[in-house]
Ligand binder design. Structure first.
Ligand SMILES: [Fe+2]
Length: 268
C-alpha cells in the first residue's frame, strides 16, 4: 500500500537524532523549504540558461558521445548560484551529520522538467562497479525549486531498500508501478530538498494531471570518504579542478579532492 506524505514544518538542521536514525533505517529524509528563497530565485534563471542555451545538451554529449573530446563549454558548478548550492553551508551540515565530517562532491545535474515529463522507472543511483557492498554512504540531494504540487511528477521511494546490494536496474521490470511499502512524496513547499541514500530505490511517477508549467529540479551528490568511487563524467578531473579554482569548497579540502575517485571507465 502506498503511503502519502504529509509534512508538518520540521527543523531541517541541525538534524535531530530521530531524523538521523530515520535516514539510517529508511534511506531518505525530507527537508521542506530547506533552501533560502533568494538562492532559489537565483538558481532558476541559471537553469533556464542551462537548458535554453544548449549547455545541458552539450554536457550530456560530452558524457555519452565518445567523439566529443574534453569537457563541455560550461559546467553546472560554473554557474554562480549552482556553484554556491554545491557547498551551501546548511547542506554541508546535514551531510556531515549523515555521513561524517568528510565527504567528496560527486556530480550535479540541473534540469527544467517540462509539463508532462514521462515517468522514470524504479532504479537506484549508488555508484559501484560491480555492486558489491554498502560500507560507505553516497547521498543524492534532490532540490525541488518549485516544490511538489498537483502539477508535478511525484517521487516514489522504497524505504529500507538502500540496504540491499542490487544492480541499479534490479526493479526496472516494475516500470513506475506502485510497489508494496513505497512512500510517495507528492506535496512539498518551494525550495524543498529530499535527501536520498543513493542506493535507495526510487521512481518518478508520471503525473496524469500534466502540470501547466515547467518545474526545476537540481540534484547534487556526495560520497563519504575512505573509499574510491567511480566517476560518472569523463571530465571529472576538470570538474573537480574548477570546483577548487572557484573556491566552491569553502574550506572543505576533501570536497573536490581527486584521490577519492577511481579512473573513469566509459560504460559499455
Ligand atoms: Fe535517480
Amino acid at each position: 500500500m502506498t503511503s502519502r506524505t504529509s509534512f508538518a514544518p520540521e527543523r531541517p538542521f541541525p538534524l535531530e537524532a530521530a531524523q538521523i536514525d530515520r535516514f539510517t533505517r529508511l534511506g531518505y529524509l525530507v527537508l521542506p523549504a530547506f533552501l533560502p528563497d533568494d538562492l532559489v530565485e537565483r538558481l532558476k534563471p541559471e537553469a533556464d540558461r542551462w537548458v535554453d542555451e544548449g549547455l545541458r545538451d552539450a554536457s550530456i554529449q560530452a558524457c555519452v558521445d565518445p567523439a566529443v573530446q574534453g569537457p563541455p563549454p560550461v559546467l553546472e558548478i560554473e554557474l554562480a548560484a549552482h556553484g554556491e548550492l554545491v557547498g551551501h553551508p546548511p547542506l554541508m551540515d546535514v551531510l556531515a551529520q549523515l555521513m561524517g565530517p568528510e565527504f567528496v562532491f560527486h556530480h550535479m545535474h540541473s534540469h527544467r522538467q517540462d509539463p508532462g515529463v514521462p515517468g522514470k522507472n524504479w532504479h537506484h543511483d549508488y555508484e559501484q562497479n560491480p555492486q558489491a557492498e554498502r560500507t560507505h554512504t553516497m547521498i543524492h540531494t534532490l532540490h525541488y525549486l518549485d516544490g511538489i504540487d498537483a502539477g508535478t511528477a511525484p517521487l516514489a521511494v522504497l524505504p529500507g531498500s538502500q540496504h540491499e546490494v542490487a544492480a541499479k536496474d534490479a526493479r526496472d521490470g516494475h516500470g513506475t508501478a506502485e510497489l508494496p511499502g513505497e512512500v510517495v512524496i507528492d506535496r512539498l513547499p518551494p525550495g524543498s530538498t529530499v535527501v536520498l541514500h543513493s542506493a535507495l530505490f526510487h521512481a518518478r511517477r508520471p503525473n496524469p494531471r500534466q502540470g501547466d508549467r515547467p518545474r526545476y529540479l537540481i540534484d547534487t551528490s556526495y560520497c563519504q570518504v575512505g573509499h574510491r568511487w567511480p566517476p560518472v563524467k569523463p571530465f571529472w578531473r576538470h570538474m573537480l579542478r574548477r570546483g577548487r579554482d572557484l573556491g566552491l569548497d569553502r574550506g572543505r579540502p576533501e570536497l573536490f579532492a581527486e584521490r577519492h575517485f577511481e579512473e573513469y571507465v566509459r560504460p559499455a
